[in-house]
Design a protein around this ligand. Sequence first.
Ligand code: KG4
Ligand code: ZN
Length: 340
Amino acid sequence: MDVIVLGIESSCDETGVAIYETGVGLLGHTLYSQAEMHAQYGGVVPELASRDHIRRVIPLIDQLLDRVGLSSQQIDGVAYTAGPGLMGALMVGACVGRSLAYGWGVPAVGVHHMEGHLLAPLLEGEIPEFPFIALLVSGGHTQLIRVDGVGRYQLLGESVDDAAGEAFDKTAKLLGLGYPGGPALSELAKQGNPDRFHFPRPMVDRPGLDFSFSGLKTYARNTLQQNSDDPTIGADVARAFEDAVADTLAIKCRRALRESDLRRLVVAGGVSANQRIRARLQEIAEGERGEAFFPRVEFCTDNGAMIAFAGALRLDAGESSGLAIEVSPRWPLSELPAVH
Ligand code: KG4
Ligand code: ZN
């Protein structure tokens, strides 16, 4: 029987809610981004994030139920992000989600935020079949994972220092761009000359599938300092940085596909919204006679739809969390149980 699931995302600076019906699809979703509030501090202030989630989450759920024309009695289960993320921010979504489920007499399930990202491309029309290679690129994670099914994740490689999104944000800060830096940096890069600077592709000449992005930020800083009298330097540095990240991700994805003898590449997480990175990874997958899958751009960054979807799959398989409100700010994907 089809089930209707309310999903709540509150792990960082976005309050996202969505309603997903198994066998039907996404019924609706809505999002409130706190980015503007945090921008004045140059990054996310955890305490402010938690307080704002408290203000937004119930009105967002009410609005969404109204918009999709459902009453709370029609909700069969609630999914909330239980980690990884900011402790206080996670607690808001978990408390609200767990309590609503209790009040409505339906099961609740705590969802792994990165599983949400990873499964987001499955919300689209063309769905990748298992097994596939997933590249997760967000503000907190850069990971290559072999995916054999829902909950069957093998970590192949990850960043040994900054995540790709973090490197975008820090480099954007050096360039004097606002928070979040990724979209602003990639906008500036459009005006940059691709031939002026060549940044390194970190760790590509070593075997393995790990990444390192913190050196690129230092490289950007040095290049800016050496050319501080040039007013147009920012765009050229942005372009060289973006090309270096795109190329490094592409080289490692190709290696992961070859080493595991797979053809399907799934890319998700905030950085997968980047058009140049999408294009490079598409090229790599096609070069391997394979295919690349991405979420639609609005579901690359944090959202409630991916949580409703991942939660629906797990609730549908009979999983549910107990009555205790529990979150895990640090939580490896490999600890998740497989869904059969
Ligand atoms: O997945 P996400 O929304 O949150 C986390 O789970 O971390 O990812 C946010 C990250 C930020 O670092 C942001 O700068 C980056 O994704 N990002 C981008 C783009 N859009 C968002 N980076 C590069 N290009 C973009 N277009
Ligand atoms: Zn995220």
